[in-house]
Design a protein around this ligand. Structure first.
Ligand code: NDP
Length: 294
């Protein structure tokens, strides 16, 4: 079995690492905030690594799940890159940006280390259940080699194209997520203000053509009951939407909706702060309108 080092024990990194351990992969873990790593390593019963370099030194697969590609590049440049053994594969699960992924892949290739950008979709629940969608960018043979590792947490594993294409697909998916949250929020607030119960409205929308993951899952489970659990930070959705808008600009594709939703996410992030969940953006619409969805 391939040995795996897992770097980045955030909201979605932890359940993915937990599944790798449960699947029997020899596992080492590292996290920037050491306390988080200590608690997690003790909880799942893996050795505690003192540094990223310590965690990766014998790994066949270095799985990384940090906030941004810039963070991944920083960790690699701070020493990890020289410690990864030749012939290993870096499996970057971060929702990253294509340009940085291509740069990292080129730097790693000089040391005979493969790079796959492999952002995931399906949230913390999907990671816990092992049902994530994993969109991979890289060489087919590299992806096949690490497929058993990805299968520990992924159900739908798609090779999207060369390095960077997983990031690109993920960013565009996130732009759609942001658009459906904003759109569903706007129509439900307007309906609530006009006297229609949001529960009734959602019942109709979810049996009609306006439905989406936002209307079918996020609003019933998180907005109607006002629970707004913190599972995926708005700051990260903002980052994703900006990547999507940048890709459209780079490709000279007029994409006003993508740009707009990226700006809306940035404005909501400024208003709600770095720890707010992505679904809390609905509260910004509610504040503007002076009405609540409940
Ligand atoms: P969190 O904010 O919960 O965790 C971020 C992780 O990155 C932490 O381990 C943090 O370390 C680490 N980190 C951030 N910056 C650095 C840095 N400069 N150097 C080293 N470590 C760093 O994020 P998530 O786990 O939610 O998300 C991780 C990635 O997965 C993101 O790209 C996100 O977009 C994506 N994603 C998340 C989903 C979700 O539902 N949460 C769903 C799909 C994709 P520390 O503990 O020290 O802060």
């Amino acid at each position: 079995m391939q040995s795996v080092a897992f770097l980045g024990l955030g909201s979605i990194g932890r359940p993915m690492a937990r599944r790798l351990k449960a699947a029997g992969f020899p596992l080492t873990v590292w996290n920037r905030t050491a306390e988080r790593a200590t608690v997690f390593a003790n909880e799942i019963g893996v050795p505690l690594s003192r540094s990223a370099r310590d965690a990766i030194k014998d790994a066949d697969v270095v799985a990384i799940c940090l906030s941004t590609s810039a963070d991944v590049e920083q960790v690699l440049n701070a020493g990890a890159i020289v410690g990864i053994k030749s012939g290993a594969t870096v499996l970057d699960l971060t929702s990253g940006d294509p340009a940085t992924s291509k740069r990292m892949a080129a730097a790693l290739a000089t040391k005979k280390i493969a790079f796959i950008d492999a952002p995931v979709s399906g949230g913390v629940k999907g990671a816990e259940a092992g049902t994530l969608t994993v969109m991979c960018g890289g060489d087919a043979k590299d992806i096949e080699r690490v497929r058993p590792v990805i299968e520990a947490f992924g159900k739908t594993i798609v090779h999207c194209g060369p390095v960077g294409s997983g990031d690109a697909v993920k960013a565009m998916n996130q732009a759609l997520l942001a658009l459906t949250i904003w759109g569903t929020g706007e129509v439900l607030v307007a309906l609530a203000k006009s006297g229609v119960s949001p529960r009734v409205a959602l019942e109709v929308i979810n049996a009609s053509s306006g439905r989406s993951n936002a209307s079918m899952n996020l609003f019933p489970e998180r907005v109607l009951n006002r629970s707004f659990p913190r599972t995926f930070r708005l700051a990260l959705m903002d980052k994703d939407a900006r990547i999507a808008a940048q890709i459209a600009r780079d490709e000279h594709v007029p994409a006003p909706l993508t740009q707009l939703v990226a700006d809306l996410c940035s404005a909501a992030r400024m208003e709600l702060g770095e720890e707010a969940d992505h679904v809390e953006t609905v509260q910004v619409i509610e504040r503007w309108a002076g009405a609540q969805i409940k």
